[in-house]
Write a protein that binds this ligand. Structure first.
Ligand code: SF4
Ligand code: SF4
Length: 221
C-alpha cells in the first residue's frame, strides 16, 4: 500500500489562513517578489483570495541589466495576471540599491545558496516588505520565495516568523508554495507565456557560483 505523504506544516498553516479569508470581499495582500518565474503560479493561486500588490524589491539582482530584464518580465506577468487569472493587482517597484546590497552580502561570497547569506538576504528583503505593508495598512503579507525548489521553505518562514514579532498588526501568510505541484505549475506557466527563466537566483555570488559550476561541468565532459 502506498504511504501517505506528510503534509508540510507550512501547507497546513496556509490552509488555516485561507479559511479565514472572505473571497467575496477580498482582503489586501502585499506579495514580495524578485522574479517572474517564482511569481507566476503564486499569483495564479493567490489572486482568487486576495487583492494583491506585488512588491518588487530586487536589490539582490545583479548586474543591473539582469535586474531590468527581470523587472520587464514581472511587468508583463502582472498584465497576464490581470487578463488571464482575473487578478486585482498592483505593482510597486522599489528603487534598487544593487551595489550596496552586494556589499552587505559580501561576507557570504563563498557560501552556497540556502546558507546564512541567503537567510540574511531573506531577512533584509522581508523586513523592507513588512515595513511597507505596515505603513500602507495591508491586511496580509507574504513572499513568493517558498516556491523555488532551490530554497528551503522552513528557513524563509522561520526568518519571517522572527520578524513578525515587530509587526503585531500584520498577518503573515506562511507558505510552502512549491508543494502540491506549485513548482511544476510555475514551469508550465513559464512555458505557456514564454517567461524569461534566469539561470541563477540573483546576487553576484549566486552568479559566480553558477559560472564556477558550469566550468566544472565542462571539465568533466
Ligand atoms: S542566492 Fe538568492 S537568496 Fe541567496 S543571497 Fe543570493 S540573491 Fe539572496
Ligand atoms: S529565485 Fe531568487 S530571484 Fe526568484 S523569487 Fe526566488 S529569491 Fe527571488
Amino acid at each position: 500500500m502506498a504511504r501517505k505523504k506528510k503534509v508540510s506544516k507550512y501547507v497546513e498553516l496556509f490552509d488555516e489562513t485561507l479559511k479565514l479569508v472572505n473571497k467575496q470581499d477580498k482582503p489586501t495582500l502585499l506579495l514580495q517578489a524578485c522574479c517572474a518565474p517564482c511569481s507566476s503560479a503564486v499569483l495564479e493561486l493567490l489572486s482568487e483570495h486576495f487583492k494583491i500588490t506585488l512588491f518588487f524589491n530586487g536589490h539582490n539582482i545583479y548586474p543591473y541589466a539582469e535586474y531590468e530584464k527581470r523587472l520587464t518580465e514581472v511587468k508583463r506577468l502582472v498584465e497576464i495576471a490581470i487578463h488571464d487569472f482575473n487578478a486585482e493587482i498592483d505593482l510597486v517597484v522599489i528603487n534598487p540599491q544593487i551595489d550596496d546590497y552586494t556589499n552587505k552580502l559580501a561576507f557570504g561570497k563563498d557560501m552556497k545558496e540556502n546558507s546564512v547569506r541567503c537567510q540574511v538576504c531573506y531577512s533584509m528583503r522581508l523586513k523592507e516588505t513588512l515595513d511597507y505593508a505596515k505603513a500602507h495598512h495591508f491586511d496580509y503579507v507574504t513572499t513568493v520565495m517558498t516556491i523555488s525548489r532551490q530554497k528551503c521553505s522552513e528557513k524563509i518562514n522561520t526568518v519571517a516568523e522572527k520578524l513578525m514579532n515587530l509587526y503585531p498588526d500584520l498577518t503573515y501568510v506562511y507558505s510552502d508554495f512549491k508543494k502540491r505541484g506549485g513548482n511544476t505549475r510555475s514551469s508550465e506557466l513559464c512555458k505557456e507565456y514564454n517567461l524569461y527563466q534566469q539561470q541563477y537566483c540573483g546576487c553576484l555570488y549566486s552568479l559566480e557560483d553558477k559560472i564556477r559550476r558550469d566550468k566544472e561541468k565542462e571539465i568533466d565532459e
